[in-house]
Design a protein around this ligand. Sequence first.
Ligand code: FES
Length: 152
Amino acid sequence: DTHSYRLHVNGSGYAVEAAGNTALLHILRNDLELNSPKYGCGLGECGACTVLIDGVAARSCVLPLRLAEGREIVTLEGLGTPQALHPVQQAFIEAEAAQCGYCTNGMILTIAALLQRQPDPDDATIRNELRYNLCRCGTHIEILRAARLAAD
Ligand code: FES
């Protein structure tokens, strides 16, 4: 059954026609052409598909469209622009914290959400926050360095 759902993404309103149990990730990528959230596991376990929902990092691959309606959704496209990078994006560049880049979207959004509510987290807090974001290339040391840079 398809219905019309109203989404609020990166400050703009959208109407989408889809089944309510469609994963938000697919709507973002296929309907809205916002390709920063990545499809990794599709099971809510790797964090590649992370978006912010009302300021909280969430797994869009397991979030049904009907539960996303009316919430404030931010993807990496809405965090900063090439001209005005978000501090976490800038820190990722400075720390050279990307290898293949597939996890980067989720890492940046998760750190941005953390710094929003806790501007000066210690290492243990950053590590704990990132425990559900997997990087298979092993760039965790640089990612931690980027998080610390962004917090400074
Ligand atoms: Fe959503 Fe892995 S693709 S958590």
